[in-house]
Ligand binder design. Structure first.
Ligand code: AMP
Length: 386
């Protein structure tokens, strides 16, 4: 009998996304190996962890020999690291797609080339350029770092032109070498995301639109499928498909969208599985994690249909007492195995239900028991209105 060699997926970054990818890969018979700079990376609790910095090229060489394909839990892997690996092994998504998503100016420029509308924006590298950008875009506006910003970090909101000095004090020191971007503030009615997947053969699928609520720039709660919004699903799917084709993308990505007066505006893309798609683990026939593994390993994609409604709570800073959720029907607890730290994503929970009335009852019970009534207020409003 010949030994059956299992395919191996390498994951750059060892956070909760890598952890959930590894857990989804196992039933497919795909082994995972994770690279992270920290020995405490939480994916290391479920998959072999290779601890090394991104510029350890000898270490990366050995890693490339271990795996059949490489993917990311983290989009800010240096371009040099991706370039080194792409010479040795299949890197999915490709380093160009990663580079586009790493820089907000390139990202929004690419969106526009794809016909994805965006807020007005301008690159800013100096104090004078900030004044020029403000004259062009007006206020309110948001000044952001072009690179390395996430979850509302590296952002300053300008209510009026008089805030220019304060904005420059806050972010001016980060203007070099990577630059800043000034964006018009979008007075949106809703935030949505479309999670999409493109296979190595070009097959393209999306999950139903997700409605997202953020607090201080960080995702707090998601509801999927989002309320019926006319033909926004078809529009979002079409925009995501154009983007995926343009980038020759393979794997899962998220396109974050604002809805303003019934129109979609692209905010940013995440070139990886995304927090707003975590509900799909229990709420969809195939989760974003499983389909990402399938896509990057060249396995046929799975059905992205949903079983019913899902609501995902993000646990930031520390976990609540899990007992009320563990006792609830069709409620699912995810502890990432990370140390508590203010603002840190330490876990999530998903409550599923076959219909809106059942979801309302489950959310009311669970949120009261957890003392999280405020967190579900927006979702309850949508469900009651539906
Ligand atoms: P980001 O890191 O760009 O995803 O921003 C985090 C959050 O800040 C978004 O989910 C929005 O809630 C808010 N935000 C970012 N950019 C804008 C904008 N141009 N107009 C209004 N709100 C924004």
């Amino acid at each position: 009998m010949s030994a059956h060699r299992q395919p191996v997926l390498g994951i750059l970054g060892g956070g909760q996304l890598a952890r959930m990818l590894a857990l989804a890969a196992a039933p497919l018979g795909v082994r995972t190996v994770v690279v992270d700079g920290s020995p405490d990376a939480c994916a290391g609790q479920v998959a072999p962890l290779r601890v090394m910095p991104w510029n350890d090229y000898a270490g990366l060489e050995a890693f490339a020999h271990e795996v059949d394909a490489v993917t990311f839990d983290f989009e800010n892997v240096p371009a040099e690291t991706a370039a080194h690996l792409v010479e040795r092994v299949a890197v999915r998504p490709n380093p160009h797609a990663l580079a586009v998503a790493q820089d907000r100016v390139i990202e929004k420029t690419t969106f526009r080339e794809c016909g994805i509308p965006t807020a007005d924006f301008a690159p800013v590298a100096t104090r004078e350029e900030l004044d020029r950008a403000l004259a062009q875009i007006g206020a309110p506006a948001i000044l952001k770092t072009r690179r390395f910003g996430y979850d509302g970090k590296g952002q300053f909101r300008l209510k009026s032109l008089a805030d220019a000095d304060a904005a420059w004090v806050a972010l001016g020191p980060q203007a070099s070498p990577n630059g800043l971007i000034l964006e018009a503030f979008v007075p949106f009615q809703r935030e949505l995301s479309v999670i999409a997947v493109r296979g190595a053969d070009g097959e393209f699928r999306t999950w139903p639109l997700t409605r997202n609520w953020h607090v201080d720039g960080v995702l707090n709660l998601s509801l999927a499928p989002a309320e019926d919004l006319g033909n926004l699903q078809a529009k979002a799917d079409a925009l995501a498909c154009v983007l995926a084709e343009k980038l020759d993308y393979v794997g899962v990505f998220a396109l974050e969208l604002f809805v303003k007066d019934g129109e979609l505006l692209g905010n940013e893309m995440a070139p990886r599985v995304h927090n707003s798609g975590h509900w799909s683990i229990e709420g969809a026939y195939t989760s974003q994690f499983e389909n990402h593994v399938r896509a990057v390993m060249g396995i046929p994609l799975g059905d992205t249909g949903v079983r019913g409604l899902s609501v995902m709570f993000n646990w930031l800073g520390e976990l609540p007492d899990p007992a009320p959720l563990l006792r609830a029907t069709d409620a699912h607890w995810h502890d990432y195995g990370k140390a508590a730290r203010p603002g840190r994503k330490v876990g999530h929970a998903t409550v599923c239900a076959p219909d809106a009335a059942t979801m309302i009852a489950r959310l009311e019970t669970v949120s009261r028991a957890l003392g999280r009534e405020a967190q579900v207020a927006g979702a309850l409003e949508v469900l009651h209105a539906g």
